[in-house]
Design a protein around this ligand. Structure first.
Ligand SMILES: [Mg+2]
Length: 431
């Protein structure tokens, strides 16, 4: 891991791992007859043996290029305490103070974002506002202004688009960019990340943190290393060692409950995880076992998906201790509904199908869905439907370890519009 020293550009190396060679019979200009492609890996040393089947007299060898398996350069950009920073930017009296954006504690609200000053009190997003104010009585509560956040997000995406069209928005304040091929032919991904951070600050007066590496997992981990206003690079040759020393609860994609289960299996670090077979991991974690197996080896071949249309939006909470009290379950459900409402608003969308997910302590998993005629997005409706579905589940003497609500059949007019815009409009994308 490299914390970017000033004035220095660490390289996200692009050494090829494979070389493609096309062999065809015939002189130059007569290619195409009996053409065969060989992939030689690793690149060096490579033997000419595969070329021998063709008569040397007719041999025409074309090196197609390095592009096939070139190491990718991925940048993960994450705005620092985004909603809270916007509120502090727009209201100087909020600056330097503990502040949260979210629902009021009097209305059983949930924290959507906390300023760095509030985080010092242990306040974080998705925390009930009542808990937050108990931790810091001087806490300032601000109602979210999603229209403002969306506008800023649009400007930030316009900045990304100056460098690459392969931009995947994860949330209003977070995106992955694949800059392997970039519009400005800048050789170093870290240079691009630095330019982006500078442009974001100049154009929005907000700071962002960036992570640079060879895949999405590592870029995300890199940006999480130092915050706020940082730039961290994990070089290809550092990737394995970085993952090995990482505590298991720090892995992106491993939540609190999974981490606890890994601990119980004796897995505490990336190195421990790497020591487990794929069979063992899938046995304990199902499909996710595949992902864990790969990230333990610093591998993640998920592409950066530009124009990804979301199919569902939801939220869920795991309970390490398990819940058996129904009124407590309903309280949690209410809070999950609030997070879902906020996320729908972030993405300016609504959904027609609500799905309630429940996992019991014995790992039995259950879902109940209801589809409405008209799309919904209001908290009261989300909670009401989730509650009705919840009541239909037999909970007698059962302990719950996860509750989740998601909305699908989304009203994606805005998202589709966002995808079509770039065809007509220069780099002005929303998601
Ligand atoms: Mg952020």
């Amino acid at each position: 891991m490299v914390e970017l020293p000033l004035g220095q550009e660490p390289v996200a190396s692009s050494l090829p791992r494979k070389l493609c060679v096309v062999v065809s019979r015939g002189a130059e200009g007569q290619r195409g007859r009996g053409e065969r492609t060989y992939t030689i890996s690793p690149l060096l040393p490579c033997s000419p043996a595969p070329l021998l089947p063709c008569s040397l007299a007719y041999l025409h060898v074309a090196i197609l290029g390095w592009y096939t398996t070139r190491t990718r350069k991925i940048v993960h950009v994450d705005m620092d305490a985004f909603y809270a920073s916007v509120e502090q930017r727009d209201n100087p009296s909020y600056r330097g103070k503990p502040l949260v954006v979210g629902g009021s504690p009097n209305q059983r609200g949930v924290v959507a974002a906390a300023s760095y000053e509030a985080r010092k009190f242990g306040i974080h997003s998705a925390m009930p506002s009542v808990t937050a104010i108990a931790k810091c009585p001087a806490l300032i509560f601000v109602r979210p202004r999603f229209d403002v956040y969306r506008d800023i997000s649009t400007s930030i995406h316009a900045i990304f688009k100056r460098y690459s069209d392969l931009v995947e928005g994860v949330a209003l304040d977070e995106a992955y960019l694949d800059v392997t091929e970039n519009k400005q032919s800048i050789p170093y991904a870290s240079t691009i990340a630095r330019h982006i951070k500078t442009a974001i600050f100049q154009e929005t007066q907000l700071t962002a943190t960036a992570g640079v590496s060879i895949n999405k997992f590592l870029a995300k981990m890199a940006s999480g290393q130092n915050k706020p206003n940082a730039l961290t690079v994990i070089l290809p040759e550092q990737a394995i060692a970085f993952v090995e020393q990482l505590a298991i609860e720090k892995f992106h994609g491993i939540g609190e409950v999974t981490a606890a289960k890994m601990h119980s299996l004796g897995i505490h670090s990336g190195a421990d995880l790497k020591g487990r077979s794929l069979t063992e991991l899938t046995h304990h974690f199902g499909k996710a076992g595949n992902y864990y197996y790969k990230i333990a080896r610093a591998e993640d071949d998920r592409p950066v998906e530009a124009n990804r249309v979301r199919k569902s939006i939801g939220a869920e909470t795991s309970f390490a201790q398990g819940l058996s009290d129904i009124s407590q379950m309903l309280q949690e459900l209410d809070q999950i509904a609030q997070i879902v409402e906020q996320r729908l608003e972030q993405h300016e969308t609504r959904g027609r199908t609500l799905t309630l997910k429940v996992k019991f302590s014995n790992y039995q998993r259950l879902t109940r869905s209801k589809t409405m005629l008209a799309p919904i997005s209001e908290l009261s409706t989300i909670f009401e439907i989730a509650n009705t579905l919840f009541e239909s589940i037999d909970l007698e003497n059962r302990t719950i370890r996860l509750l989740g609500i998601s909305l699908s059949n989304l009203d994606n007019a805005k998202q589709l519009q966002a995808i079509q815009l770039p065809l007509f409009q220069n780099g002005n994308i929303i998601f």
